[in-house]
Every structure is written in C-alpha cells, then in structure tokens.
Design a protein around this ligand. Structure first.
Ligand code: NAD
Ligand code: TYD
Length: 353
C-alpha cells in the first residue's frame, strides 16, 4: 500500500486530486495536510469523509516539527505538494505570505523528505517528491509560440515568482542531492470546487446573482484552459512513470481570450437558466498590474513519454462545470457567507489534529 502526503488537499485542485485518487485506487492511503486558509474547504472532501484511506491533518507546510512527525508516523512513499497561495491578485497586495508558503514551505517539505528518504549513499526505493507548479513561471507569450519545458523562466507577478523560486529549489535538490523529484507545470484549471475569486467560478456566481462581471483591461488576455480532472490524471501518471528529475508541462491546447470565456458562460446561462443574465453584466475595469498577456502550453513531452492527453474538450468541460455550480449552490453560499470552514470542521468525521 503506497502512502501519499498530499499538501493543500482541501483546496481546488488538491481536493479534486484526493477524490480522483481514492476513487481510482483502493490500495492507497492519503494523508491530507492543509492549513485551511481562506482557500481551504473541508466541504470539498465530503465524499471521502468516511473513507479510512483518507486522513486529514490541519497544519502548515512551514511547520518542520509537524512534517517530521508525519513522516515518522506514516513513512510516506510520495509527497505531492499542492499547498500554495495561488491567487495573482492577492500576491500583488500581499507578496510576503506567497514567499513564506510557496518558497519556505516547499523548502521545508524538501528538507524533511530528504532527511527521511536519503540513505548512506543513495535514496530509499520508490520515493518521489512531486511539485505542482504552473505555466506562469515561463512569463508571457506574444501572439505566437508555446511554452515548452525548456522555455526560459521569466515570471512577473509575486505569485509566479514565488512558484518559480520553489521550482528552482526542487530542481536544486535533484541537481545537488539526486533527490527523486518531478515538477509539473500546468495551465489554468477549471472545474468543481474552485474558489470564487478565480475567473470562471466568480463569473458564474456573479451571473447567477446579477452582479457585474469585472473584465480586466481589454479582455483579450489569453489563458489555456484545462479541465481539473485531466490535470489530476497527469499528476498520477507523472508520479508513477515520470522520469526522475524531469519537468512535465500539462495543457490541452485550449486557448481562449477572457472575454470569450465570459461570453460563453453568459450565453449558456441566458439560454438555460435565466434570460436576465446578459452581456450587460460585463464591466471592463482597470487592468491587473503586470498582467501576463498570453499563456499557451506545448504538452508534447507528457503526451509522447507518458501517453497523457486531455480527455475533456472545453465545450463539454465548461458545461459540466457550470452545471456543477448550479447543482451545488449551497457550496457557493457557504463560501460567500463566510462560515464554510467552521460549519464543516464540526461535521468532519476523521482525525483533525
Ligand atoms: P487553492 O488556493 O484552491 O488551494 C490551495 C490550498 O493550499 C488551500 O486548501 C489552502 O488552505 C492550502 N494552503 C495554503 N497555504 C498553506 C500552508 N502554508 N500549509 C498547508 N496548506 C496550505 O489552489 P489551487 O488552485 O488548488 O492550486 C493548487 C496548486 O496548483 C498550487 O500550487 C498552484 O500554484 C498550482 N496551480 C494552480 C493552477 C490553477 O489554475 N488553479 C494552475 C497551475 C498550477
Ligand atoms: P485568474 O482566474 O485569476 O487566473 P490567473 O491569473 O492565474 O490566470 O484569471 C484568469 C484571467 O482572467 C486573467 O487574465 C485575469 C482575468 N480576470 C478578469 O478579467 N476578471 C476577474 O475578475 C478575474 C478574477 C480574472
């Protein structure tokens, strides 16, 4: 039985990953370490509340003693590090916490994993540290070209700079110590359980409440959208089959301008839910500082080496996503009313230390 330390597993992608893995494998154990910042939500994990292979631990990846205790207790085979401050707009306002969690927290995890996994002259068999990173480390593209794994790192925001720093530390542990690592760099994810500060869930929520939709700048910035389950599948493949020390880009050739995303969601809701939801809700607002113009991933390496491909085409994925938010209005209400953490903490069945 393989034991995973998943960090940030109460957030958007982390919780999707925990659910994906526990559905797919009956013979794994996941220790889910999450600080439960504003972005962590135990409600995302309702489905595995009674699953004995999932143990939730409320704690900080910067807490060395706690991580050491967990390694001692569970003897992890894999670390999958999702835990991060993840929102670019917040990083512009409060960069320090991004440096702390995203850089120091990652180094702390690396150190404890190294202490636990390193032997006299090598490494214990079968261990791996997977750093979940982002295409934002590559900076911004012009109208043409794509990010490959060898594109020079050129981050701009405090968020992407902190993720780049973390990537370089993970790489350094491979280059210096031969620690078994992989780094995945993914494009923008969408799907269930995404915190409504990010474009797609914010847009859906604002539409349903007839609130203005803030579109930054001219709305023509481009993001390369990937359905979250396809990302989870990629991470699982990289853990099992990724060549040690390698970086894998994960993306689905799914580029859209922001305004195209906004209009797609409005159009669906207008036709299927409420004819009062129209493009009149769109409000162009001041641009984000240092706003990257375009992201676009070249996923050739992960396709050719590991056989990964994105199964969900955008037109299906966006409808699935909108429907999920329509079917889970309470989830959104709990977040927007602010009591989501206390409410679910009290109901949760497993260990919360
Ligand atoms: P999220 O903000 O939804 O979740 C982050 C989780 O980490 C939360 O549950 C939070 O409580 C937890 N956390 C924060 N600080 C912590 C700490 N110090 N110790 C322990 N837990 C802590 O983020 P997400 O969108 O799920 O992103 C997950 C990872 O994927 C991040 O590393 C992010 O950089 C990366 N990523 C995200 C996207 C995307 O589109 N969302 C794209 C590429 C890469
Ligand atoms: P976001 O979801 O914050 O992801 P990221 O900044 O990591 O790509 O934003 C996606 C795009 O949408 C980005 O170009 C900024 C833009 N955006 C808006 O135009 N309005 C909004 O209210 C938000 C949150 C984002």
């Amino acid at each position: 039985m393989k034991t995973y330390l998943v960090t940030g597993g109460a957030g958007f992608i982390g919780s999707n990953f925990v659910l994906y893995m526990l559905k797919k494998y009956q013979d794994i154990r996941i220790i889910n370490l999450d600080k439960l910042t504003y972005a962590g939500n135990l409600e995302n994990l309702e489905e595995v509340k009674h699953n004995k292979n999932h143990i939730f631990v409320n704690g900080d990846i910067c807490d060395k003693e706690l991580i050491e205790d967990l390694f001692q207790k569970y003897d992890f085979d894999y670390v999958v590090n999702f835990a991060a401050e993840s929102h670019v707009d917040r990083s512009i306002k409060e960069p320090e916490i991004f440096a702390k969690t995203n850089i120091i927290g990652t180094v702390n995890l690396l150190n404890v994993a190294k202490e636990s996994w390193e032997t006299q002259d090598s490494w214990k068999e079968g261990k791996k540290f997977l750093q979940v990173s982002t295409d934002e480390v590559y900076g911004s593209l012009g109208d043409t070209g794509f990010f490959t794994e060898t594109t020079p790192l050129d981050p701009h925001s405090p968020y992407s700079s902190s993720k780049t720093s973390a990537d370089l530390m993970v790489k350094a542990y491979y280059d210096t110590f031969k620690m078994p690592i992989n780094i995945t760099r993914c494009s923008n994810n969408y799907g269930p359980f995404q915190f409504p500060e990010k474009l797609i869930p914010l847009l859906i929520n604002n539409c349903l409440n007839h609130k203005d939709i803030p579109v930054y700048g001219d709305g023509l910035n481009v993001r390369d959208w990937l359905y979250v389950e396809d990302h989870c599948k990629a991470i699982d493949m990289v853990i099992r089959e990724g060549r040690l020390g390698e970086v894998y880009n994960v993306g689905g050739h799914n580029e859209r301008t922001n305004i195209a995303i906004v209009k797609t969601v409005i159009d669906y809701l207008n036709k299927n839910v409420d004819s009062a939801i129209t493009e009149d809700l769109i409000k162009y607002v001041e641009d984000r500082k240092g706003h990257d113009r375009r992201y676009g991933i070249d996923p050739t390496k992960i396709k050719e080496e590991l056989g990964w491909y994105p199964e969900t085409v955008f037109e299906e994925g966006i409808v699935k996503t909108i429907k999920w938010y329509l079917d889970n209005k309470e989830w959104m209400e709990h977040i927007t009313s602010g009591d989501y953490q206390n409410y679910y903490k009290n109901m949760y069945g497993h260990e919360i230390s």
